[in-house]
Design a protein. Structure first.
Length: 323
């Protein structure tokens, strides 16, 4: 099955004895994935990246192979970026609820030049523990032959795959929303103001924080919270407002039915914004409102007069009942 960036693949799980996993290397770019025991690329191992790109089929190994005994589930590519990790490393885990024989763990292809092991220890480990049901994660850093590789299709991903298959949607909610939600604020504003890269911030976001705080919202900065803390907040809230970004990739998986959501477009990348909106409505039965007022906003100094775009956004949020 050759994947198509415009159409989610039908759910399928293959078992490949003796599969060879080829890691990512800086010199070969996005070439990585799985080969059959005799070196033929397995198209189902291609991972959908951003901008409709797939990882490329790797060349067969030219040297010795490491050997990994047992049964291991192929999860995809592991990146340090939180949103990309969610969309590229977790969408095959749905298969864990549909296989009849146990697996020894999960295999990931780490992005070249990044210490994904450290990222898993510091931040992403709890997410993989929940979604991998506490199975160990093995990082493939050299060509490795796996005794038995479980190779599922990708259940959701970037752009046209954002809404996910029914199997993937059910899996995410079952394993991320298990247990009663913790107590938390009813209304959340998800801020990007404290992100380190100015290009990732939203101009004049202090105004949005001020307006929403006055309206009874708790202003949260997700990057300063653990993933379990974020999940609890998103599950508990009944009104969520914020600019599009990685936080909504996670919130989309766990928001409670009936939650009212205002998603603010912060950049002119229409396809990306539309995909996040599709993921929200695909995974969660929520009432979604969107605003494009800031999509083409030319930033002005934060200490200057309030730009008309910000005032129009406030009017839109008030008219929709969020402020």
């Amino acid at each position: 099955m050759i994947p198509n960036a415009h159409r989610l693949p039908e759910p399928r799980i293959d078992c490949v004895p003796g599969a060879i996993l080829m890691p990512l290397h800086a010199e070969t770019g996005a070439a990585c994935g799985a080969l059959s025991a005799d070196g033929v690329p397995l198209p189902a191992s291609r991972t959908l990246l951003s901008a409709g790109r797939f990882t490329r089929d790797p060349a067969p190994p030219s040297g010795p192979l490491a050997h990994l005994p047992g049964r291991w589930l192929f999860a995809g590519v592991g990146r340090h970026h939180f949103g990309h990790f969610l969309l590229e490393a977790t969408p095959r885990l749905w298969a864990l609820d549909h296989i009849t024989e146990p697996v020894d763990g999960i295999v990931l292809l780490p992005m070249a030049g990044r210490d994904i092991a450290a990222v898993l220890r510091r931040r992403l480990g709890p997410l993989m523990d929940k979604l991998g049901q506490n199975r160990p994660v093995h990082l493939i850093e050299t060509p490795t032959q796996v005794e038995n590789l479980i190779l599922p299709t990708q259940g959701f991903g970037h752009i046209h795959w954002a809404h996910g298959t029914p199997e993937a949607r059910a899996y995410m909610r079952r394993h991320l929303c298990n247990g009663p939600p913790a107590e938390g604020p009813e209304k959340l504003y998800i801020s990007r103001r404290r992100l380190k890269d100015p290009a990732q911030q939203v101009p004049h976001e202090r105004l949005l924080e001020r307006w929403t705080a006055r309206a009874g919202y708790a202003v949260v900065h997700p990057e300063r919270l653990s993933i379990p803390e974020q999940i609890d907040l998103y599950r508990t809230a009944r009104v969520i407002v914020g600019p599009d970004g990685s936080a909504f990739h996670l919130a989309a998986l766990v928001m409670s039915p009936g939650t009212r959501v205002a998603l603010i477009q912060r950049r002119p990348r229409q396809a990306t914004f539309d995909a996040i909106a599709r993921q929200i409505t695909g995974f969660s039965d929520v009432d979604l409102t969107t605003s494009a007022v800031l999509a083409n906003f030319a930033p002005t100094p934060d200490d200057g007069p309030r730009p008309p775009e910000m005032l129009r956004l406030r009017d839109e949020l008030q008219a929709a009942g969020f402020l």
